[in-house]
Write a protein that binds this ligand. Structure first.
Ligand SMILES: Nc1nc2c(ncn2[C@@H]2O[C@H](COP(=O)(O)OP(=O)(O)OP(=O)(O)O)[C@@H](O)[C@H]2O)c(=O)[nH]1
Ligand SMILES: [Mg+2]
Length: 220
């Protein structure tokens, strides 16, 4: 892990104070408070919200568990399509974390797919309290058309998104560095993209402290 930090493979430039702020924020209790299956069932917008979006199986729920240090806060599964609703978690009254259903789940029926994606896209477009979308990409696989489509949607909606590479434990450092370069280049073409990407593994904890710090920086 130290080597990865030294090589700049996980986000550097975060001060000790920022890391401490991240630790503090995530030391607070995190609790599930709402599940929405339909857009008209969303909880009323309150404090700042960060949503975790990405293809089915990319590791959204696992990342939330790693961030909050809770093994089973959000349900995970090796079978894609585990998370079927927008799940809202309150983190110490300071930040709402939203675990989204994955897009691009090939085996879902057309109708289900249209419903989910319609709702997710409407949520991403219309939620006034959404301060950033963490857009997760699996570091081990190629980006898919649906990933590009979501980035374009976020550009159009002017919702800032930050790419988070997941499952970085599955790559050797040179391959990971190549992937990071490729994704950094790609996000440059997206006006709504935050220029820095995050690199994580829910399995080894790589980049988790750093991501906590980034999120703490958002709520000030
Ligand atoms: N190797 C590795 N596997 C991971 C990591 N994070 C998640 N996984 C695995 O990837 C699979 C999917 O994880 P989830 O967290 O359920 O993915 P999701 O994005 O929430 O999936 P949906 O809710 O279906 O959209 C599970 O088998 C996890 O164990 C990681 O950092 N490294
Ligand atoms: Mg999930």
């Amino acid at each position: 892990m130290d080597d990865l930090i030294k090589d700049g493979l996980i986000q550097d430039g975060l001060t000790d104070a920022a890391l401490e702020a991240g630790r503090k924020l995530f030391a607070a209790e995190c609790r599930f408070f709402y599940g929405a299956q339909k857009l008209d069932q969303l909880p009323p917008p309150a404090g700042p919200e960060v949503a975790f979006a990405g293809r089915s199986n990319v590791g959204k729920s696992s990342l939330l568990n790693a961030l909050t240090g809770r093994r089973a806060l959000a349900r995970t599964s090796s079978e894609p399509g585990r998370t079927r609703q927008l799940n809202f978690f309150d983190l110490g009254g300071r930040l709402t974390l939203v675990d989204m259903p994955g897009y691009g789940y090939a085996r879902a029926s057309k109708q289900i797919k249209a419903d989910w994606q319609g709702m997710m896209f409407d949520y991403l477009r219309g939620r006034t309290t959404l301060i950033r979308v963490m857009l997760l990409l699996d570091s081990r696989i190629e980006m898919k058309p649906a990933d590009h489509a979501v980035m374009k949607l976020l550009d159009r909606a002017a919702v800032t998104f930050q790419v988070v590479l997941t499952k970085a434990d599955g790559l050797k450092p040179p391959a990971l560095a190549r992937k990071q370069d490729e994704v950094r280049q790609l996000v440059r073409a997206h006006p709504a993209a935050f220029p820095e990407i995050a690199t994580t593994s829910a399995e080894t904890g790589l980049g988790i402290e750093e991501l906590r710090a980034v999120l703490a920086g958002l709520v000030g």
